[in-house]
Design a protein around this ligand. Sequence first.
Ligand code: NAG
Ligand code: NAG
Ligand code: NAG
Ligand code: NAG
Length: 475
Amino acid sequence: MNLKTLGVLPTTLLVLLDALLTSAQRQLPLNTVVPGTSNNRQSFTIPAGEKLQLSVAICSRNSQLRFRLSGPNLPNPVEIPLTNGWGKFGPETLSGATLQIEGSGSFEVGLSDGERPLHELQETKDLPFFGDTTANQAILFSPPFSAPPLLKPQFPNYTMHPVDIDQSSPPSSFPDYNLSLFPTTNDNNYPHTSCFLPGQSQIGTGALTSEESQWLRDEDGWRTQYLIRGLTPSTNYTAYVIESSKVFGPIYFVTKSAGFPCHLAANLPFCPRVAYSVPLGAPPGGADAYTGATLPAPLREPLRSYITNFTISLGRLACGREIYSPLVECIDCQREYRKWLCAVSLPRCSEPSPQNPDAITEIPAEPTATGLSASKDSNQQVLSALIPVQSSAPRRNSDFPQFGSDYQMLLPCIETCTAVDRNCPPFLGFKCPSSNFNGFASYGIGYIDGADGDQNAGLTGEAQDRYGNVWCASG
Ligand SMILES: *[C@@H]1O[C@H](CO)[C@@H](O)[C@H](O)[C@H]1NC(C)=O
Ligand SMILES: *[C@@H]1O[C@H](CO)[C@@H](O)[C@H](O)[C@H]1NC(C)=O
Ligand SMILES: *[C@@H]1O[C@H](CO)[C@@H](O)[C@H](O)[C@H]1NC(C)=O
Ligand SMILES: *[C@@H]1O[C@H](CO)[C@@H](O)[C@H](O)[C@H]1NC(C)=O
């Protein structure tokens, strides 16, 4: 039967046909997600085709649904194994096979003849990215979706990135991501599927709202940025990003305690990776966060000027005919310098996670100290690179207005600095960790790389994890 002709049939006839098809076993269409509700014994036949991938997703909690495949190419019936409410079978030639659904509940099935099954759960890579929280706000990002073209400045054309990264032209089509966000529960036994999670989300219920925009964060590409308001202080949240029948996640994050004094800064075109809380009073005009336009000019302009001047000297010295390294180019140096400069110029506020309330170094670091070494507490949990900063203490970046509150500063990971060292030509004279600019800087050391510089041999191997721990500031 040609399905296209069905579209012009009168509705009554359609209903009749549908009933007939159902009782006579529906054939699964290719590359279309088919929703269904079973009250035991519903079945579908699989059409001819090679390398077909069948995927199933459970859409309701506590369903005991089981999906069994039998057919000429299968010596024995197969029960599709389900994990987190999701299962797949194939690629396999399944012509003439029958998919039998037992138990009751709602579900989706999808049959794909493409590279990927229709339903997917990305639990380890391409996770949503956690920016930061305050007591009742959060910034989250979708996985990246469109990497910007690589610049290759070459003699005599030294075009490098401008001081303000152009954010005005996101790709004309971007994935239709939806965020599902809810307080973390102990009951982890729910389907992690695209047909279940949207109904769980608390966005749009009560005070919880989310504002979306597209943002070119770094060389990984554009992401959908979510600015979330109305969260509860000191609460662990679970977040997923959903794109049609694909699910990315979960990630977890914790909101700060009710008295958290700092405010968010984000959408800074000169520091596009910054999306965290900084030691500044409330942003002007009741805004949610400081942006490129509202970050105080005495703070913004020197930063922009440093990037400009660095780019000029880089263009003069390093992008010439002399290749300073077979591995890296001046554009890599410019990129890493920007990340480092932003991380050390815009200190990040944080606090110990509620799971680990004592995770703070009691003694403020000496202004001349290189950094704070990664260490574990008595429970073998890694302490974050947090140091208390008294409101009376000299400011790390003297362009910052005096902040009227004590806070805890999350030190930048030393790797933000070693990356500059590694990617920049030696004659620029950039030294870690004591350049002229950051005489006051100290770093979190031994988190990502080992304390002696061994790559990825640190205590955590990363600046933050998917469970809401943030150990040092990666800029
Ligand atoms: C220089 O490079 C930039 C970026 O790669 C490019 O847009 C521009 O057209 C180039 N200019 C010349 C004169 O080749
Ligand atoms: C996903 O988000 C889009 C807007 O980006 C919205 O139109 C659509 O209804 C959402 N889908 C779900 C399942 O919530
Ligand atoms: C950048 O260079 C200009 C011109 O040489 C200079 O006036 C300015 O102070 C420099 N900016 C910084 C932040 O050093
Ligand atoms: C948040 O909840 C998850 C899941 O229960 C847990 O693994 C994680 O450690 C919690 N994170 C924090 C920082 O409490």
